[in-house]
Design a protein around this ligand. Structure first.
Ligand SMILES: Cc1cc2nc3c(=O)[nH]c(=O)nc-3n(C[C@H](O)[C@H](O)[C@H](O)COP(=O)(O)OP(=O)(O)OC[C@H]3O[C@@H](n4cnc5c(N)ncnc54)[C@H](O)[C@@H]3O)c2cc1C
Length: 303
């Protein structure tokens, strides 16, 4: 990438917030993928807006990411700029039953803050390892909860740098989908409506859900969570297991023996291994059951 573009981003965000030739395996939970040309971590909404306008006017490809827990970058990496919204933009405020948090706040931090204030509604999210922005985009959910139930308003940016406020149904939340995702918006901030509850009960529920997660999921190995969406009327993990794929490997990518809906990186997987394993699972499950598994994880670039 041209130095004057990098200098321009540094002028907006500060020298320390712009990194060049960045290994995406260090920024994703799957721990695979090549380098991105540039990764920038703005620390304010205004700087995000300035970056988007600047990159748009310079015609440079860019994408937003949060904690990288639902992303697989190809081994070729990403030609363009990654705008990462993480701990530099992660303020959480609570007033009454309303929580307002910036997009880079971790869901676990939001859930803990809610518990501190005796607010119930976010327990389901405490073990999902993403940011609020990523979770709003994905309408992340678990254990009968989903972001749709708590988010009442978001502040977003479109690709031209215009602020867009979405309220309630305007988010068009559905299973792992949202208007934010469909229209490629950047979520900057979300307002969540929670309810007064009992602090001990809230903490106990979070502890219970997290121990169920530890019991069922291979949390000790790199993964991107459930690779596939739940097909109507089925469970992806059960279909994969029934097709005899438990433990099946390609290179360093393996169908988890603990939870067949997860692919784990056994140590030296490449993105190519992971993507080939995804295709193999899809083909095998389709041939044997007629069900086409759709990926929940987002794959950036080809195999
Ligand atoms: C062990 C494990 C368990 C998991 N369990 C669950 C679970 O129970 N339920 C569940 O739903 N998911 C689960 N996931 C998947 C993942 O944590 C969620 O999808 C999460 O919401 C992704 O957030 P993120 O910040 O990591 O997003 P990223 O992985 O960084 O990005 C995911 C997508 O969101 C977009 N995005 C990120 N930030 C923003 C933003 N600010 N504005 C707009 N778009 C944005 C990205 O462009 C990308 O398309 C799990 C993952 C792992 C590794």
């Amino acid at each position: 990438m041209k130095q004057d573009l990098i200098d321009g981003l540094m002028a907006i965000c500060g020298r320390d917030s712009v990194k060049v030739d960045v290994p995406m395996k260090e920024y994703t939970s799957m721990k695979v993928g090549g380098n991105a040309d540039v990764l920038v971590e703005p620390d304010s909404i205004e700087k995000i807006r300035e970056c988007v306008s600047y990159l748009g006017s310079a015609n440079v490809p860019f994408m937003v990411m949060g904690n990288g827990s639902n992303l697989i970058f190809s081994d070729e990496g990403y030609r363009g700029v990654i705008i990462r919204l993480g701990n530099k933009i992660s303020k959480i405020e609570v007033e009454g039953e309303i929580m307002v948090a910036e997009a880079g706040a971790l869901l676990s931090a939001c859930a803990n803050k809610a518990a501190e204030h005796s607010l119930t509604g976010l327990e389901f999210a405490s073990g999902i390892p993403g940011t609020l922005g990523g979770a709003a985009c994905m309408n992340a959910g678990a254990y009968d909860g989903e972001m749709k139930q708590v988010i009442v308003e978001t502040l977003n940016l479109d690709k031209n740098g215009n602020f867009i406020t979405l309220k309630g149904d305007e988010h068009e939340f559905s299973y792992r989908k949202s208007k934010i995702q469909n229209e490629g918006l950047i979520c900057l901030k979300a307002v969540m409506k929670l309810q007064k509850g009992d602090k001990d009960a809230i903490r106990a529920k979070m502890a219970d859900l997290n121990s169920r997660r530890r019991e069922k999921q291979p949390l000790d190995m790199p993964s991107a969570g459930s690779v596939f969406k739940r097909p109507p009327g089925h469970f992806a993990g059960k279909l994969i297991d029934d097709c005899g794929l438990r433990g099946y490997s390609i290179g360093g990518a393996q169908v988890s023996g603990k939870h067949c809906g997860f692919i784990v990186n056994t140590g030296h997987a490449t993105a190519r291994d992971i993507i080939q394993l995804i295709k193999h699972i899809q083909d095998t499950v389709y041939d044997k059951t007629g069900v086409m598994l759709e990926t929940e994880v987002k794959i950036i670039g080809g195999a």
